[in-house]
Design a protein around this ligand. Structure first.
Ligand code: NAP
Ligand code: GLV
Length: 322
């Protein structure tokens, strides 16, 4: 019997494929510094039984309807807003994602961004690099305290809870907003449930860990920034699409809020001329939430386990429910 044909949309280490080479016929986009062009992805999908893709690959109806043999798409991300799950259901394609394996690593980055924005760490590093450090003065690069402040977590899922655990270590009060109450987080982390408006009003740090959906698109907009404290710092580690970026830049420019730490943007990658780059109060990272070597390998391994499980009849380990 012919081996299932799996197309991998980025270059990944050959050694990860070793345990699977006997059972699968792998093809891979080989250029490390270039994303697979759309037309190549569509052509490869037409001839594939499975795809291992990344979060910038758009798996839409146009692609799915032209891929007659495609049975599984293993997304190397926990978020799957790049995939049209309704169309996948329509064409009988299973979608899998990578929950849990990246939770702690992403929470580390989220908290690092919070700290970098609060304590002006990028600005401070630049200050030395630009050779501007000539003396010490009482308020030189003075930022905001983190310890014992209030953190408001929007989206108390796996990563939200991991952020809350870190916040507890800093003596912070944790409030959260989520579409369902999380009694275990309330008990274990003393997290206090709040409606969205209350969270905005109370928090010194507002952290978005909400997935991007029709309900959350541009949830953080001018009206919302107006309801935050003027001293608040906004952190986004979920998806750029949950924020109206023009409104965020304006809120910071007009000192409606104090600053932001962003790992994700509506249209990635952003360039050096992006308006956020004009604002020192914003710390930007190139979507590296889960980017530790260990976690990226764990994510790829989970994708391969999902594909392996599907084709051997055990079933995928982490299918997306839709
Ligand atoms: P998760 O466990 O599914 O958590 C998401 C939480 O958001 C859930 O508690 C869910 O509530 C809540 N939620 C969903 N829609 C909502 C709405 N409309 N209003 C209020 N609450 C809502 O996911 P996760 O593993 O924590 O990941 C969260 C997101 O982080 C991912 O979707 C992804 O976009 C992003 N992410 C980014 C990076 C990065 O590199 N920056 C890395 C990993 C993940 P219920 O429990 O009621 O469903
Ligand atoms: C990364 O952004 C993910 O969703 O895993």
């Amino acid at each position: 019997m012919a081996k299932p044909r799996i197309y991998i949309t980025r270059k990944i280490p050959d050694k990860l494929l070793d345990p699977y080479n006997e059972k699968f016929d792998f093809r891979m986009w080989e250029k490390e510094d270039e994303a697979v062009p759309r037309e190549v992805l569509k052509k490869e999908a037409r001839q594939a039984d499975g795809l291992l893709c990344v979060l910038t690959d758009q798996i839409d109806e146009d692609l799915l309807k032209r891929a007659p043999d495609l049975k599984i798409v293993a997304n190397m991300a926990v978020g799957y807003d790049n995939i049209d799950v309704d169309a996948a259901g329509k064409y009988g394609v299973i979608i899998t994602n990578t929950p849990d394996v990246l939770t702690e690593t992403t929470a580390d980055l989220g908290f690092a961004l919070l700290m970098a924005a609060a304590r002006r760490m990028i600005e401070a590093n630049q200050y030395i690099r630009k050779d501007e450090w000539k003396n010490w003065s009482p308020y030189l690069l003075a930022g905001s305290d983190i310890h014992h402040k209030t953190i408001g977590i929007a989206g108390m899922g796996r990563i939200g809870k991991a952020i809350a655990r870190r916040a507890k270590g800093f003596g912070m009060s944790v409030v959260y907003y989520n579409r369902s109450r999380k009694p275990e987080a309330e008990k274990e982390l003393q997290a206090v449930y709040a409606d969205f408006e209350t969270l905005l009003a109370k928090s010194d740090f507002v952290v978005s860990v909400l997935p991007l959906t029709a309900d959350t698109k541009h949830k953080f907009n001018a009206e919302v920034f107006k309801k935050m404290k003027n001293s608040a710092i906004f952190i986004n580690i979920s998806r750029g699409g949950v924020v109206n970026e023009t409104d965020l830049a304006e809120a910071i420019r007009t000192k409606q809020i104090k600053g932001a730490g962003l790992d994700v943007f509506e249209n990635e990658p952003i360039a050096a001329n992006h308006p956020f780059m004009q604002l020192e109060e914003i710390v930007c990272m190139p979507h590296i939430g889960s980017a530790s070597e260990e976690t990226r390998s764990a994510m790829l391994n989970l994708c391969l386990e999902n594909i392996g499980g599907f084709f051997t009849g055990r079933g995928p380990k982490t299918p997306v429910e839709y």
